[in-house]
Design a protein around this ligand. Sequence first.
Ligand SMILES: *[C@@H]1O[C@H](CO)[C@@H](O)[C@H](O)[C@H]1NC(C)=O
Length: 470
Amino acid sequence: MRFTCAALAFAAALSTADAAYKGFNYGAFFGNNAAKQYVDFKYEFEAAKELPGTNGQFNSARLYTMIQWGTTKDVITAIQAAIDTKTTLLLGIWTSATTTAAAQTGVNNELAAFQAAIDKFGSSFTNLIAGISVGSEDLYRITPTALKNGEKNPGAQPADLAKYVDQVKAFRNKNTLLKGKLVGHVDTWTAYVNGSNKAVIDKLEWIGVDAYPFWETEHANAIGNGKTLFYDAYNQVKAIAQSKPIWITETGWPVSGPTTGQAVASTANAKTYWNSVACQLMKDNVNLWYYTLQDVQYSNPSPSFGVKPGGDLKAVKPLFDLTCPNSAKFVSAPSLVIGNQYTAQLSSTRSTLFVFHVDPEPGQTCNLVFTLPPPFDPRYVAPYTIVSSGGIDVSRLERPVDGRASAKSVGGAKTIGSVPQLLLGNKYTIASGPCEAGQDVGYRIDSAGGLDMQFFQMTSPALGLFMEVA
Ligand SMILES: *[C@@H]1O[C@H](CO)[C@@H](O)[C@H](O)[C@H]1NC(C)=O
């Protein structure tokens, strides 16, 4: 008997999302204020991808600045490191300074470095851009809460920040290589729900949210409430977001440090937070830059948020298991599930299940299609691996499955279509019929003719099994 993969991302029929970005935040300098150099960034990006239990998915980096630390406007070496490690980038433009004039000079220098990077690296750089953030927590830093918490760094007024957002959008619009790259801002969730900051929100193309229940001492913030507090914050931002995408740009729970309110810093609690918040965000396909990979190199922060302790980043082990609870383990007993909710596997020993929830609009025709994008530029990570070519057989499950499905529990299936030989750049219609409005429908894809491939189901470019309205 073949192994069966867990229900792949409950791909909502007729409206699927791109594979979300997953990564960490990367400062420009170490705890001793020494600038990170190319080799340091490269080492960090490689270490993130190698994290056990994450399937190489932490391959995106959020930066705070375009400028190499300690220089006026040299391009940050993280960009070369990202190109060499195929790491996507949420870029940052630093927008705060002690005077508005100095902040504007800073923004000008950021854009000069940005332009220099585009001129030097071209599309090998710009193809990696996940988005551009104008500022980071600038609105938080001017609040009474920040000052009470001992914040010493300057922030920015909403009117100034709105102006910088316009400048960065104008910069984006004149660089054809930046076409389609969205400009947003990162701040604490509390800054967004403050009505005085609406002028900034109006300008944004995405909203970057930093949320740390650990710091929310005004609420009952024990770890047991961590998920509730996080989603309260998320939903409050959603309410004022004017339908703009919300990206989680920082969240995390410390592995060590003092207790704040009811929140205890420990590796056990950091693991609980990872499971309940980070894994939920990944499952929901929300862009996530977690805080953080390692924060104790050459310093001793308290609290510390690193999933890795100090020491040689690649040699030290994570402080807790980063596997998500729903992601099944690779095991060899045929009664157990293989898969991780995102990546489909098709081979002589592995099949994958898909579940679609069909929109409740009766009377339409639905096509079940399998799509493979044209070949990818080999310099970039392709979202699929084809070990050997072949085709697929697709069957309809007698009953839909959930994320806990195993080969034993999955039940019967009836073959409804097949493709003898899959070729890149093709879209195959597997079956067609009246849409099963309002239903959950399940399918299994089996490898045929020697196919051995893995792929990450995504829409841009389209890759995988989809249900479309004819
Ligand atoms: C609300 O936002 C304004 C403008 O950014 C800021 O001056 C003010 O302190 C904020 N209020 C609170 C309670 O954070």
